[in-house]
Write a protein that binds this ligand. Structure first.
Ligand SMILES: *Cc1c(COP(=O)(O)O)cnc(C)c1O
Length: 382
């Protein structure tokens, strides 16, 4: 039969407890609760870390943006799709992160493909990626012409050794995530920046989970060091949709001229760009959102039973390592019965035997929610 693998692969996925399916989220007033099949749950799987999704001022800005600029850019940025809303948003981001240039993309996934594709023009380029880097970074790196090396998670020593033996290579890029998506721990940003400087490499950080949450004004990894290139998605803490990349003027110019992912793609909705401007304004001034995440995270850590294997972090993400896929699914189901929504994360998203519950604590939660969460987890795992 034609494309036989389609059926066999899905069947195998089911046997391995890795089967995935779409679940329709029927929540009308998005916040800390979600409604699935008519039942309401406390949501601890959302990336809306700062609780900004559905914020009245951002919604108002979205409406205003739609009225002023339209819902659609109607073409790629290089044709006529680059509106005032995009330019104004880029300017705000440059100021926020203290960077010369910013470029908007329709998603973090495409921004990652774009940057690795652009910098990996030839075999002259060498990429050094942290082993836990996001799928879109790995895909971007391996689809490019560059030579790709992976270093052990946060292993600065190994990275230094790899780079020291490549002194004749002209174009080197170190790539990592500011906060790692599946266990919430942070990259050693200062050390990475130092290695990059010493070895004449550039540093690229994917700040999808750092932006908004890390730094006094939520500016992410750039609060620790001056990072050559930063990417962050708008669809997590920022609460809208799309992504941005900050870099120097030369790289900006190069991407505008050569990045296929940028050139041949419709610019993000100008209404969304306008709403994002408002969100970033709130993020910078509303420190209480970051403080609340820290307080609630601390409470959560204290309340969990010592039997629970928790990865301790400074971010919104708190991973509870279960190991076996089936067990992780079972615990996730038990929690659902208690009204707690926590998706089990399984391979290939994480390594084999490290299936986990990924808890995200958001500024929209309160102490009562956290108490209930910890109690439910303690019971489900015991
Ligand atoms: C979510 C995510 C992306 C992809 O961003 P989208 O805007 O959702 O496409 C890229 N990198 C990391 C680390 C992410 O967590």
């Amino acid at each position: 039969m034609t494309f036989d693998f389609i059926r066999t692969d899905v069947k195998e996925q089911k046997i391995k407890s890795r089967y995935r399916q779409l679940v329709c989220n029927n929540t009308t007033n998005q916040g800390k609760e979600i409604v699935i099949k008519g039942k309401s749950y406390l949501n601890f799987s959302s990336n809306d870390y700062l609780g900004l999704n559905n914020h009245s001022e951002i919604n108002k800005a979205l409406q205003e943006g739609a009225d002023k600029f339209g819902t659609c850019a109607s073409s790629s940025s290089l044709v006529t799709g680059y509106h005032y809303a995009h330019q104004a948003l880029e300017d705000d981001i440059c100021q926020w992160l203290n960077k010369p240039k910013c470029l908007l993309f329709s998603s973090g996934f495409s921004a990652n493909l774009a940057i690795f594709h652009a910098l990996g023009k030839s075999k002259q380029s060498h990429f050094y990626l942290d082993k836990l880097s996001h799928a879109s970074m790995i895909d971007g790196a391996y689809q490019s012409n560059a030579k790709v090396r992976r270093f052990n998670h946060n292993d600065i020593e190994q990275l230094t050794t790899l780079l020291s033996s490549a002194t004749t290579i002209p174009d080197k890029l170190i790539a990592s995530e500011g906060v790692f998506s599946m266990d919430g721990c942070q990259a050693k940003v200062k050390a990475l920046a130092q290695v990059a400087k010493d070895q004449e490499a550039w540093l690229y950080l994917d700040d999808a989970h750092s932006i908004g949450v890390i730094g006094d004004k939520g500016e992410g990894s750039n609060s620790f060091a001056d990072i050559d290139i930063t990417m962050a998605t708008l669809g997590k803490a920022i609460g809208t949709s799309g992504a941005f990349l900050t870099c120097n003027e030369d790289l900006h110019e190069y991407l505008v001229n050569f990045s296929r992912h940028y050139i041949y793609s419709t610019a993000i909705s100008p209404a969304i760009a306008w709403a994002t401007k408002k969100s970033i304004e709130l993020i910078q001034k509303e420190h209480w959102r970051r403080e609340k995440i820290s307080e609630l995270s601390e409470l959560f850590t204290v309340l969990l039973s010592p039997d629970v294997e928790l990865v301790t972090t400074q971010s919104s993400i708190h991973a509870i390592i279960i190991g076996d896929e089936k067990k992780a699914l079972l615990i996730s189901d038990k929690l659902k019965k208690q009204g707690v929504w926590l998706t089990a994360i399984r391979p290939p998203t994480v390594a084999v035997n490290s299936s986990r519950l990924r808890v995200t604590i958001c500024a929209s939660h309160n102490t009562q929610d956290i108490r209930y969460l910890a109690e439910s987890i303690n019971k489900a795992i015991a």
